[in-house]
Design a protein around this ligand. Structure first.
Ligand SMILES: C[S@@+](CC[C@H](N)C(=O)[O-])C[C@H]1O[C@@H](n2cnc3c(N)ncnc32)[C@H](O)[C@@H]1O
Length: 277
């Protein structure tokens, strides 16, 4: 049984990505109340996207991530200093303050909920854990298109003592969660390859608690620094799928406020915003 972790409280967070209706568990599938939509688990994971909707770069990236899931995290660790002259730690530690985790306080009705869109192998989880206020009851949700990367994340969760984390196969363009479900929402490292960054940003904004910071990190060459041919070639190789990798400020929802854009490293921007209460 793959869905035993979906207790009624967690189930109440979910909604059918197509109809918006509530979901119930039937064996290894999630089903709408009227039975019209059925979402069978795949690869032992809850799955809430249709295969046919994954097209273009999204499909290419899913194939790449599914082919080499065990390589992603070690390659990032080794290659980041070679490519950018900064450690992976430096970049991951750099975006955490923007999540304002220190402002979170315990709730009486439920744990604090944090969503990572495109969680991959879960490399951000130890950083989150260290940055959270000690003793705060937290539940992390991680969604990703790639079952290979989610399996890597499951292995990490088995090996390391990390906060409770719920993993699901989901397309960032259609998050299967009710409005305002999460106290914090963040994304690291893929929105530049999404078919519709505007839709993904609107979805992140919808499922975040109004007023909470939403943090997005991805590739853009920092032109305020001198970028030699060496760095430009690495950047081109890293972003081969995109003609003009850039922070998608223009794709933010019209209601976005408190928009901040900075660079964490030569190749990575950090964009944060909120939607009003
Ligand atoms: C570069 S990895 C980053 C993983 C993790 N966030 C990290 O910081 O290590 C990008 C992840 O985004 C996932 N991804 C790509 N397109 C996606 C989409 N449309 N919806 C959900 N996940 C997606 C990939 O499968 C991959 O696991």
């Amino acid at each position: 049984m793959t869905l035993t972790w979906l207790d009624p409280e967690r189930l109440a967070l979910l909604r059918c990505p197509k109809t918006g209706g509530a979901l119930t568990v039937e064996g290894d599938a999630l089903v709408t109340a009227d039975g019209a939509r059925r979402w069978p688990s795949r690869h032992g994971l809850a799955c809430l996207y249709e295969d046919e909707q994954v097209v273009g770069n999204d499909r290419l990236m899913r194939t790449i991530y599914n082919s080499l899931p065990a390589l992603h995290d070690p390659a990032t660790r080794v290659l980041t200093p070679i490519m950018q002259g900064i450690s992976e730690h430096g970049i991951r530690r750099g975006f955490l303050p923007r999540l304002e985790l220190e402002r979170l306080s315990p709730r009486s009705d439920r744990p604090i909920r944090i969503l990572e869109v495109g969680i991959g192998g879960g490399a951000n989880l130890p950083y989150l854990q260290r940055a959270l206020p000690p003793g705060l009851p937290v539940e992390i949700w991680g969604v990703d298109l790639s079952h290979g990367m989610l399996k890597q994340c499951q292995r990490r969760l088995e090996r390391q003592s990390l906060p409770p984390t719920c993993l699901m196969m989901v397309d960032a363009h259609e998050l299967p969660f009710v409005d305002g479900a999460f106290d914090r929402v963040f994304h690291v490292g893929a929105i530049g390859n999404y078919s519709h960054p505007d839709r993904a940003l609107a979805e992140m904004a919808r499922v975040a608690q109004p007023g909470s910071p939403i943090v997005v990190v991805d590739e853009e060459l920092d032109l305020s620094q001198r970028q030699s041919l060496y760095y430009r070639l690495w950047f081109k190789a890293l972003t081969f799928y995109d003609d003009q990798p850039h922070a998608p400020v223009a794709a933010l929802p019209p209601s976005a406020q408190d928009i901040r854009l900075t660079h964490l490293s030569r190749f990575y921007y950090c964009m944060s915003f909120r939607v009003p209460v």
